[in-house]
Design a protein around this ligand. Structure first.
Ligand SMILES: [Ca+2]
Ligand SMILES: [Ca+2]
Ligand SMILES: [Ca+2]
Ligand SMILES: [Ca+2]
Length: 397
């Protein structure tokens, strides 16, 4: 249906090949043997250990007596770095169904695939999407009119992950925008010179539901729960005058830097009133690298619905793979969807805990060795620790 989507994205996430057991040790209390402190590594087993373990053992033991500050300096220079970033599988990869609800334009549902818009049209020229000026081009947002709906699929299970920031599991991006107030027009002037004076946000709320199989749906029906195409507006580029990018022909961009990361949620306690009295620059400073959007927590579903979600056997987490947006509001308006995103965190589908990461902080280091030392020394656990020594797969910078 969507020709410009990389066909490779329709298959399982490449991270699947990284999946492996969480290590030979259980840290939930099921491992009952205790290391006899002072015993060290049983000498009778030394000759059976592979070279990579015998290589790392002296390092491990030396580290136990090294000054802790030197240890962390050492770590910062040697850890294997895997960036905590985003890629196309973090967003919907397929349109399952779409009913436009009778709208007259913006009827391409493929506009809801991939990341939310970075730039949009401003009087014929590309400019960054900012919280006071939203994406509105045909290939960026799809409209859902009265009675219509859109169903999107992810390539993988989107989990109710205990490490997701604020508990937010996925984000829906529309084209809501915060009004500036005071008859000030947004003209891509200095964001530090424009102060927001109203909590008025242009929203067109759409009902969001989730599903594991695309057949059985669970809706965020409670009127106190978030809706699609509402606060928080999207931010396409990080506000950083020191690293402004030169990508806009004919316009000297002095403020807008790299693209934002749409898998980083905003604090759900933020509300439009929190932006009143702040400049656009200050508001974007609150966003940081986040692209904004409306965050959803699977645990906010009705308790019976949440309990109905199957638990993944490997991760022990509840999950969904399909998102539906419907519009049942005024017939004069329609909900727009720009994108949906899976929130990233340590231990998620593309940063699985490595073997040897015994304390599940996405780093294999002396802290894990301390856990190991509190247990009976098990060869499997030692192998996993050695294989992934100083690996880091979450926020390594
Ligand atoms: Ca959650
Ligand atoms: Ca809208
Ligand atoms: Ca889009
Ligand atoms: Ca660890």
């Amino acid at each position: 249906m969507c020709d410009d989507l990389d066909p490779g994205l329709r298959f399982a996430a490449p991270w699947a090949v990284l999946s492996r057991p969480f290590g030979a040790f259980e840290i939930d209390g099921t491992q009952t043997h205790q290391l006899n402190r002072g015993d060290g590594i049983p000498t009778s087993r030394d000759s059976m250990l592979p070279d990579r373990v015998r290589f790392i053992l002296p390092i491990l033991w030396a580290g136990c007596i090294a000054p802790i500050s030197l240890f962390f300096v050492f770590l910062s220079f040697t850890a294997t770095v895997l960036a905590a970033d985003f890629e196309p599988n973090d967003f919907a990869i397929e349109v399952i169904s779409y009913d436009d609800g009778g709208v007259s334009s913006h009827k391409d549902p493929c506009s809801a695939l991939g990341r939310p818009a970075v730039d949009t049209d401003y009087f014929g020229a590309a400019r960054p999407v900012v919280p006071v000026y939203a994406a509105w081009e045909q290939d960026q947002v799809v409209k859902i009119g009265f009675g219509g709906h859109l169903v999107l699929r992810f390539s993988h299970k989107v989990s109710d992950d205990e490490n997701n920031p604020y508990g937010t599991d996925f984000i829906v991006f529309g084209n809501a925008f915060q009004k500036i107030g005071g008859d000030i027009n947004w003209q891509y002037q200095d964001p530090a010179a424009v102060t927001i004076s109203t909590n008025d946000v242009y929203v067109e709320p759409g009902l969001v539901s989730v599903s594991q199989d695309g057949l059985t749906w669970y809706g965020y029906n409670d009127p106190n729960l978030p809706r699609a195409d509402t606060f928080a507006p999207t931010l396409g580029r990080i506000y950083d005058p020191n690293n402004a990018v030169d990508v806009y022909p004919g316009w000297l961009n002095q403020w807008w830097a790299n693209v934002t990361n749409p898998t980083v949620p905003l604090d759900p306690n933020l509300a439009p009133v929190d932006f009143v009295g702040k400049t656009v620059a200050e508001v974007c400073g609150i966003y940081g690298e986040s692209a904004g959007g409306t965050g959803f927590d699977l645990q906010d579903l009705a308790p019976a619905d949440y309990a109905s979600l199957l638990v993944d056997g490997q991760t022990g987490r509840r999950w969904i793979q399909y998102i539906k947006v419907e519009y049942t509001g005024s017939i004069l308006y329609e909900t727009e969807v720009d994108a949906v995103a899976d929130v990233s965190c340590c231990g998620d589908y593309k940063h699985p805990f490595a073997g040897g990461d015994l304390n599940h902080d996405c780093r294999v280091n002396f802290l894990d060795f301390a856990v190991l030392a509190s247990m009976w020394v098990d060869e499997e656990g030692l192998l996993a620790l050695a294989d992934n020594w100083l690996m880091c797969n979450w926020e390594c910078d």
